[in-house]
Design a binder for this molecule. Structure first.
Ligand code: SF4
Length: 322
């Protein structure tokens, strides 16, 4: 792999695969000054609706612990605003630029459309709109609208692994990114690299153990993926666990299902799903507090006198994108 890029942007969700990506770059000897972590806030700048409260600050603290730059970006109003589109345009995108200067793009053109339903559990991003609208588009809009990438060679790394689904096992490991403009007048070269596509989960935990990283609290409670707290891909146990931790959020989400008359899952409504699930046994009041606090107050790297412990959710049931 040619490592002569000017910028290495890591799509950083705060989950184990994105952590492994960062650590892998450090293992390869990439200059930390060239690495940027980019986190897309699913709920925008608003109160938690789908996501974990601590995720934003966990990502910030992770970047701080490794001395890396982090930039946050989001769609205005986040998941809820996009879900509630009623003959409206999609909302503007906000992103941080160097010096923590905020920039806003879009929201004034584009077609009027109505959603009034949750993203549907499917591989097709047209119906599973959350990934496309709240992550993929936000990332490319933020690259295309920053002159600092013009004339440079940038590589965007994302942590999809083939073990997660057949579709992901067929993703290209290396290709031009959708924001690439190498032959255009901006001379903006942007590649996409998925170096973890063929990694096993054991390799992910091995590199996290090597750097003694404390992962997101959801893993210690039993989640095998750090996605939204109420991710549409969750199974009965995951939804029952999320509901146990955040019943008010859960009721709000179920209320929208009833209002829309369209369920999130094809074959069940969330109330029935939750009633057949069992909340994870490793949920403790302290871990729930950490996960639902806006400030993440644990150390990212374990102290030398502490034992690195494999989280309860490691190698668990994987309910994720197809
Ligand atoms: S984590 Fe789940 S709910 Fe959240 S954006 Fe991704 S697919 Fe959608």
């Amino acid at each position: 792999m040619n490592l002569s890029y000017d910028k290495y942007i890591v799509a950083f969700s705060g989950g184990k695969d994105s952590i492994a990506l960062v650590l892998y770059l450090l293992d390869l000897g990439v200059d930390p000054c060239k690495i940027e972590l980019w986190h897309h806030d699913i709920d925008g700048n608003d109160e938690a609706f789908m996501d974990w409260e601590c995720t934003h600050d966990y990502c910030q603290k992770f970047a701080d612990a490794f001395g890396l730059e982090i930039y946050f970006s989001w769609k205005e109003g986040g998941f809820k605003r996009e879900m509630l589109r009623d003959n409206q345009r999609t909302a503007p995108t906000w992103f941080e630029t160097p010096g923590k200067i905020l920039k806003k793009v879009g929201g004034i053109a584009g077609k009027l459309a109505t959603r009034l339903k949750f993203p549907q559990v499917a591989a097709d991003l047209k119906v599973r709109w959350c990934s496309a609208y709240l992550k993929i588009d936000v990332c490319s809009i933020a690259i295309r609208n920053q002159e600092r990438f013009n004339g440079l060679k940038t590589i965007v790394l994302s942590g999809e692994r083939g073990e997660e689904s057949t579709a992901r096992s067929k993703y290209k490991i290396f290709e031009a990114d959708r924001s690439d403009n190498r032959s255009g007048k901006l001379n903006r070269l942007v590649d996409r690299w998925r170096p973890l596509r063929d990694w096993k989960e054991s390799e992910i935990w091995d590199i996290i153990r090597k750097y003694r990283v404390r992962v997101h609290p959801c893993y210690y409670m039993g989640w095998s993926r750090c996605s939204c707290k109420f991710c549409i891909f969750g199974n009965a146990d995951q939804f029952a666990s999320a509901y146990k931790i955040s019943p008010i959020q859960g009721e709000e989400i179920m209320g929208y299902e009833e209002r829309f008359g369209v369920t999130m899952k094809r074959n069940t409504d969330l109330r029935s799903l939750i009633s057949c699930g069992n909340a994870y046994a490793n949920i403790t009041a302290e871990l729930a507090r950490q996960a639902t606090s806006k400030i993440y107050d644990q150390q990212i790297i374990f102290n030398d006198n502490e034992e690195w412990v494999l989280p309860a959710g490691a190698y668990g049931e994987s309910c994720g994108p197809q």
